[in-house]
Design a protein around this ligand. Structure first.
Ligand SMILES: NC(=O)C1=CN([C@@H]2O[C@H](COP(=O)(O)OP(=O)(O)OC[C@H]3O[C@@H](n4cnc5c(N)ncnc54)[C@H](O)[C@@H]3O)[C@@H](O)[C@H]2O)C=CC1
Ligand SMILES: O=C(O)C1=NCCCC1
Length: 325
């Protein structure tokens, strides 16, 4: 008698592809913000069953002046496994090429198959702005009236949208290194925006300042910043890149998304020698104070866990809409 072995194969369905237009339809800052707050809090508890997220691996693309970042994350309790591939570039003056391109892959943690491949640019733009808005909610001075944005690219637009949706600033100012950049930004925004010809003019007297440039040298100087203002510093994500000067970094109380990330990747933190006082998640968890009365800097580098919860939300919405599974 021949026994024929029977292999039960759990053939996974091929991954779904969810691209930019669909991601944009399925994701909103209002739905994302509570999930990001929860994720930041979980990350800062350093409980491996909640979030496992190594610091991003950055592979230099020397010939092209860029990096490919790999951002894997596992949330065991929530059953979420993902990784983002993100390429980011140092762009020269006058360049119109995008600084960032990204794709997010969502996997089934039990079997390891890929469930979805998603456009990562909408996710990156929206989750980064949403995390900056969380930092402002926690750290900006009470009755903040003036918002200044330095930079006029994708992140500037998403920050402007999320901040104006979440808060009611009386005045919005923007600065770009080029006139065309500022004009394009102003045309894309619905409400009133004041275009400024220098970064100093944009930030003097501002209560909240967002730096979203591709600069590798400081564009924001402490002597221009009003005491008690909040700065969300989003660019300069390599150890030798800067957006803020030493004066600001040393005078402000510095918060980060990830302490380890900031110590390894942030030129503003490493080169100024400033101390990271807390992670945003520590403030959310109530284990560190929110020093609203002082000048504060939130140094954002971006974390895989932010992409993981964003991608899971997109996937859940996509399934519900498609009536699948
Ligand atoms: N912290 C985070 O989670 C994330 C950070 N980023 C960073 O945010 C920054 C902006 O990204 P995007 O808006 O996607 O890029 P983008 O290319 O769309 O816009 C970049 C902006 O910076 C300006 N810029 C470039 N070089 C400059 C310089 N030397 N001085 C002054 N302005 C300069 C450009 O004119 C443009 O307005 C980049 O540094 C990027 O690496 C991007 C995604 C996530
Ligand atoms: O978190 C991200 O995504 C990025 N962070 C720094 C620069 C590029 C993208």
């Amino acid at each position: 008698i021949h026994v024929i072995p029977v292999f039960v194969s759990a053939m996974a369905a091929p991954p779904v592809v969810i691209w930019e237009r669909e991601v944009r339809q399925l994701l909103s800052p209002a739905d994302l913000i509570p999930r990001l707050e929860d994720a930041l809090g979980k990350f800062s508890r350093r409980d491996a069953a909640e979030v496992l997220q190594p610091v991003r691996t950055a592979v230099p693309l020397q010939k092209h002046g860029g990096f490919m970042g790999l951002m894997p994350t596992y949330m065991e309790k929530d059953g979420v496994l993902s990784t983002k591939f993100v390429c980011f570039y140092k762009r020269e003056e006058g360049s119109t090429l995008p600084a960032v391109q990204a794709t997010v892959v969502l996997l089934d943690p039990e079997y390891g198959n890929v469930k979805a491949v998603m456009d990562g640019e909408v996710i990156t733009a929206m989750r980064t702005a949403a995390v900056s808005a969380i930092s402002a909610k926690l750290l900006m001075p009470p009755q903040a009236e003036v918002l200044a944005i330095l930079g006029t690219g994708k992140q500037a637009l998403s920050h402007c949208r999320v901040f104006t949706e979440m808060f009611s600033f009386k005045e919005l100012r923007v600065w770009s290194r080029t006139k065309e950049g500022a004009a394009r930004f102003i045309r894309s925004i619905d409400g009133p925006v004041q275009g400024c010809s220098t970064a100093e003019e944009a930030v003097r007297g501002a209560d909240v300042i967002v730096t979203v440039t591709g600069s590798t040298q400081p564009v924001l100087f402490g002597q221009w910043v009003k005491a008690g203002a909040h700065v969300a510093a989003v660019g300069a994500c390599r150890p030798d890149w800067r957006e803020l000067d030493d004066v600001l970094m040393k005078e402000a109380v510095v918060y980060a998304d990830s302490r380890e990330g900031a110590m390894l990747e942030s030129g503003d933190v490493i080169l100024s020698g400033a101390e990271v006082f807390a992670e945003l998640g520590d403030v959310i968890n109530g284990t560190k104070a929110a020093h609203r009365e002082k000048t504060t800097v939130f140094k954002s580098l971006g974390m895989g866990v932010e992409d993981a919860v964003s991608a899971q939300l997109v996937f859940d919405r996509w399934k519900a809409q498609a009536g699948k599974f």
